[in-house]
Write a protein of this length. Structure first.
Length: 160
């Protein structure tokens, strides 16, 4: 076996390992009820920008991830209506934080998941409650003590 053959075999094995690493999750879990298949996301890769060199050996590490909410078959009617109301017809997430495209992909997926989960989360309505007797007494007592403190700071009157 020649040196060339050994290198080719090593590169082939390395390529197989890389392919196994790049296979990510089959779907993005947003909440307990909502899961989005990765096939519904559209990816775009571009150069990150910033100071460069001679434009030699550059890689497209900036990741742009777009999810079309209006056309997604994996969303329930309620989830789609809620997301359309909160976000709009589509959501775009960009990640260009690191020099690794794989890491930027992970970051983009995490950001998309967080934004969708936040939009799906319903805020509980706050019901105002009346203050308790104890809290009212405590508040009045603090006011009285504070008033005494301020009274002691005054100049004495002629009567005293």
């Amino acid at each position: 076996m020649t040196e060339h053959d050994r290198r080719a075999e090593r590169d082939e094995r390395a390529g197989a390992d890389d392919a196994a690493d790049t296979v990510g999750p089959a779907s993005l879990r947003v909440s307990r009820d909502v899961q989005i298949p990765i096939d519904e996301l559209s990816w775009r890769f571009t150069g990150s920008g910033g100071p460069g060199g001679q434009h030699a050996n550059t890689s497209n590490t900036r990741v742009e991830l777009v999810f079309d909410i209006g056309r997604s078959p994996s969303l329930s009617r309620w989830s789609r209506a809620r997301l359309l109301d909160q976000i709009g017809p589509s959501i775009r997430v960009v990640a260009a934080d690191t020099r690794s495209q794989a890491r930027n992909r992970e970051l983009a997926l995490e950001r998309l998941q967080r934004r969708l989960a936040a939009a799906l989360r319903e805020q509980r309505v706050r019901r105002p409650t009346a203050p308790t007797r104890s809290s009212q007494r405590t508040r009045v007592e603090h006011k009285r003590v504070h008033g005494k403190k301020k009274e002691q700071r005054r100049r004495p009157t002629v009567d005293e």
